[in-house]
Design a protein around this ligand. Structure first.
Ligand code: BT5
Length: 251
C-alpha cells in the first residue's frame, strides 16, 4: 500500500497498524489486543512470512499480492460463531463487487470463485482465566497471487485472474471492511446466519468430514454442519476438514 498510516486510518475509518511484513497478522493483532487495542482496530500486512490457516495449516500471502488483515473485536461469547459468518459474507460481497460471477461460501470459512479458493478466514478467540478477552478475525484474499507454479494451482484462484483485470488493494480493503461493518452491525440478528446459510455451496451434497460420511442437509445457527448418514443418524460437526464427494439433492 502506498498510503501513509494516517491516510489509511482515514480511508478505512478505524485504527490501523500497517506492516510491510509480519509473521501472521492474527498474531500481531493478538499482541495489540493484549496492549489495549480498541474494538474494530485492524492489522494489515503487505506480506506474511508465516500466515496461518486452521488446524496449524499454513496460508500463502506473498508480498503485494494478497489482502492479509486481522480485525480485533470484543463480541459477547454467544456471538463468536457469527464472526466467521460476517467475515465470509464480507468477502463474498467483495468478490461480487469486483465482478466475479461464480461466488459461493464453502462451509465453513472458504470463499470460492469458479470453484477455487480465493479467500480463507481464521477466527480465533482470546481467553484469559476463562473470560473472553476478544476475538481476532483474520482474512486472507488472493488478489494477484501467482499459483501457476504452485501445488495450489488446482485449488486456488486470485481475484485478478477471475475478473481478468487490475484491482487496487487499498480499495479492496476499504470495501471489504465496509461490508464487514455492515454484517457486524447485524450480528445479533438472524440475518447474518440466514444470509451465510443461503450462500453455502455445501448443503445438499454428500460430504465426508472427520469420520462421518453423509448428506450435509443444514447448518445450525452456531455454524455447525448437520450431516445425515446412510443410517439416517444426524451428526453435528464443527469446522473440521470437509471433502465433498458428490452433489446430491435431498428433499
Ligand atoms: C484458512 O484455513 O482458509 C484460513 C486462512 C486465513 C488466512 C488469514 S490471512 C490474515 C490472517 N493471518 C493469518 O495468519 N491467517 C489469517 P484452512 O481452511 O485451514 O485452509 C488452509 C489451506 O488452504 C492450506 O492447507 C492450503 O491447502 C490452502 N491455501 C494456503 N494458502 C492459500 C491461498 N493463498 N489461497 C488458497 N488456498 C490456500
Amino acid at each position: 500500500m502506498t498510503l501513509s498510516q494516517t491516510q489509511l486510518e482515514k480511508v478505512l475509518a478505524r485504527p490501523v497498524r500497517y506492516f510491510d511484513q509480519v509473521d501472521s497478522t492474527n498474531d500481531t493483532a493478538k499482541a495489540w489486543l493484549a496492549g489495549g487495542a480498541p474494538e474494530g482496530a485492524v492489522v494489515i500486512a503487505g506480506e506474511q512470512k508465516r500466515g496461518r490457516g486452521r488446524h496449524g495449516r499454513s496460508w500463502h500471502s506473498p508480498p503485494g499480492a494478497a489482502l492479509a488483515l486481522s480485525l480485533i473485536l470484543k463480541p459477547p461469547e454467544a456471538l463468536l460463531p457469527r464472526l466467521n459468518m460476517a467475515a465470509t459474507l464480507s468477502v463474498y460481497d467483495l468478490a461480487q463487487a469486483c465482478g466475479c460471477e461464480n461466488v459461493c461460501i464453502k462451509w465453513p470459512n472458504d470463499i470460492l470463485v469458479d470453484s477455487k479458493k480465493a479467500s480463507g478466514v481464521l477466527t480465533e478467540a482470546v481467553w484469559e482465566g476463562g473470560n473472553l478477552v476478544g476475538a481476532i478475525v483474520g482474512i486472507g484474499v488472493n488478489v494477484r497471487v501467482d499459483f501457476s507454479r504452485s501445488a495450489l494451482s488446482v485449488s486456488a484462484i486470485s481475484l485478478e485472474d477471475a475478473v481478468k483485470g487490475r484491482l487496487e488493494r487499498v480499495w479492496l480493503t476499504a470495501y471489504l471492511l465496509s461490508r464487514f461493518d455492515h454484517w457486524h452491525s447485524l450480528i445479533a440478528t438472524a440475518a447474518v446466519f440466514r444470509e451465510w446459510r443461503d450462500r453455502l455451496n455445501t448443503l445438499n451434497q454428500t460430504v465426508a468430514i472427520d469420520n462421518v460420511k453423509g448428506v450435509a442437509f443444514d447448518v445450525s445457527p452456531e455454524g455447525a454442519l448437520l450431516i445425515r448418514d446412510a443410517k439416517g443418524r444426524v451428526h453435528q460437526t464443527r469446522a473440521g476438514d470437509l471433502a465433498v464427494s458428490s452433489r446430491e439433492k435431498v428433499r
